[in-house]
Design a protein around this ligand. Structure first.
Ligand SMILES: [Fe+2]
Length: 229
């Protein structure tokens, strides 16, 4: 089973897709790349977004997409609705945070800040983790400074990387190491629009061979066993 753990495909929910036609095209690309499940993870910015408004928007956008999928009569990958949450101080105190977990699970997909990692940020992660309510995973760790990311991975948290990151001419040793030693438990297209997204999906799969399949098995286990509610 192939799972795209990180994708922006809900029409009108964020800048990933403006309209239903774009989302259907994204899902067609996913299907043609052999993806069975797409986790729809629109951005949630705690300092800017109101949680109730976001949840309503996400629900409405998902419904619009499901209706559009049905209307076409075509077969598409299954969709699990979740969120990509920007980690900020005091996120642990946000009322209703659990509603942002990936559908049917207690998984929180956290996007780390691009402005550096603060002591307060680590306190927030620690508080979320020690609450025992969530399984935390960090989004596209390939995008950050490797030394900073290793501070996070050393704490034992799993990570998602974008498939694109393993298709470059020179793949950083750090990324290879994170995959090899099991820190990476999911791949994502992180698709926005229809230009890229799945172009490198199969290339990444070919490059990694058996390791790709074993990461996919880890993703499946993470969603349907470890984190299932
Ligand atoms: Fe994303």
């Amino acid at each position: 089973m192939q799972i795209d753990f990180h994708a922006h495909i809900l029409p009108g929910c964020d800048h990933g897709s403006e309209r239903r036609r774009t989302s259907l095209k994204q899902l067609t690309l996913a299907r043609d790349a052999g993806v069975d499940i797409v986790c729809a993870t629109p951005h949630f910015y705690p300092q800017r977004d109101d949680l109730a408004e976001f949840l309503k928007r996400r629900e409405d956008c998902a419904k619009r997409l499901f209706d559009a999928m049905e209307e076409t009569g075509e077969k598409y990958p299954k969709i699990l609705v979740g969120t990509e949450i920007l980690l900020c101080d005091n996120l642990d105190k946000l009322d209703g945070l659990e509603k942002l977990c990936l559908e049917g699970t207690n998984i929180l997909l956290l996007e780390l800040p691009y402005t550096g990692f603060s002591v307060e940020m680590f306190d927030t992660i620690e508080s979320l983790n020690s609450s025992g309510k969530y399984n935390i995973i960090f989004a596209h760790v390939d995008r950050y400074d490797k030394n900073q990311i290793e501070q996070i991975l050393r704490l034992g948290f799993p990570a998602q990387i974008n498939a694109d990151s393993i298709c470059k001419t020179f793949v950083p040793l750090s990324i290879k190491r994170w995959i090899k030693y099991g820190a990476v438990i999911s791949f994502g297209s992180d698709i926005h629009g229809t230009d890229e997204g799945y172009v490198n999906w199969n290339k990444a799969k070919r490059r990694l061979g058996n390791k790709w399949s074993s990461v996919m098995k880890e993703t499946e286990k993470f969603i349907f066993e470890t984190s299932k509610i």
